[in-house]
Design a binder for this molecule. Structure first.
Ligand code: 5GP
Length: 236
């Protein structure tokens, strides 16, 4: 028997026979602007399930502690059940999106070091930016947990940057999330896919990610499929 535990904007979580493990179902829901736009894009769930499985498998192999157990089928994977920390951790290598707006920088302006930012997950408040001391003061995360998240985020950035570089793809920025296991370990959770990363073809600088949906510039799935095909060729 499998019961629905929770459902987010793009995924549904179900129980399994093992209380430590959840089945995560990737749906075709695609959202933008705090969920104001929500469309069903055929095949997106399956493609993101496979992409996230490949990336998390790669990170596991490289020694990053994650919730990923295994891919089950086209749209589902098994993940360790964790208590999610309500923070989005964004890492940026080049200026784009909200960073570009906030600081008035040029699109794709290089940054002299990777930037790590935290956002408090709250639809009501539109995910406001938050710093370490506010996150600690509001008991969202401890100093030690924030240190682990920051160090892991930078390690994930190094690993993903070199993985995508080998595929002739530029990793502009990405968002990750963390969860806490029963024994108190902070591990990488949620998903990593073109929904949560900015990825560009290194030659044409064409977007291969959700910016195509956000900016309505074409067929988003063409880029997603290209990412999946290149990951399969590189990692399998
Ligand atoms: P920005 O802050 O510039 O909008 O986004 C920075 C990076 O984090 C982008 O790669 C973007 O896809 C990702 N990101 C930021 N917020 C969210 C979110 O709420 N959901 C997802 N899936 N990705 C996000």
């Amino acid at each position: 028997m499998s019961a629905l535990v929770a459902s987010g904007k793009t995924k549904e979580l179900y129980t399994t026979d093992d209380p430590k493990v959840l089945r995560v179902h990737y749906t075709n829901h695609t959202t933008a602007g705090d969920g104001e736009r929500n469309e069903m894009i055929p095949d997106k769930g399956a493609v993101n399930n496979e992409i996230s499985s490949l990336i998390f498998g790669y990170l596991n192999q490289k020694g990053v502690a994650t919730h990923f157990v295994k891919q089950l089928d086209a749209t589902d994977q098994l993940n360790l059940s964790v208590k999610m920390i309500p923070l989005e951790v964004v890492v940026r290598n080049l200026s784009s999106g909200h960073f570009q707006k906030r600081y008035g920088t040029e699109y794709l302006q290089p940054l002299s070091r990777p930037v790590v930012e935290y956002f408090f997950k709250s639809d009501e408040l539109h995910d406001p930016m938050i710093n370490d001391s506010a996150a600690e003061a509001l008991n969202i995360a401890t100093e030690a947990q924030l240190k682990t998240m920051r160090e892991t985020a930078l390690k994930v950035n190094d690993l993903m940057k070199s993985l995508f570089k080998s595929m002739n793809i530029i990793l502009v920025d990405f968002k990750i999330e963390f969860g806490i296991t029963d024994d108190g370990q902070v591990i990488l959770a949620d998903e990593i896919s073109p929904d949560s990363c900015r990825l560009l073809d290194a030659d044409t600088k064409q977007s291969l990610d959700k910016d195509v949906f956000r900016k309505q510039t074409g067929d988003m799935m063409t880029g997603y499929r290209e990412i999946l095909d290149k990951l399969k060729a590189t990692l399998k």
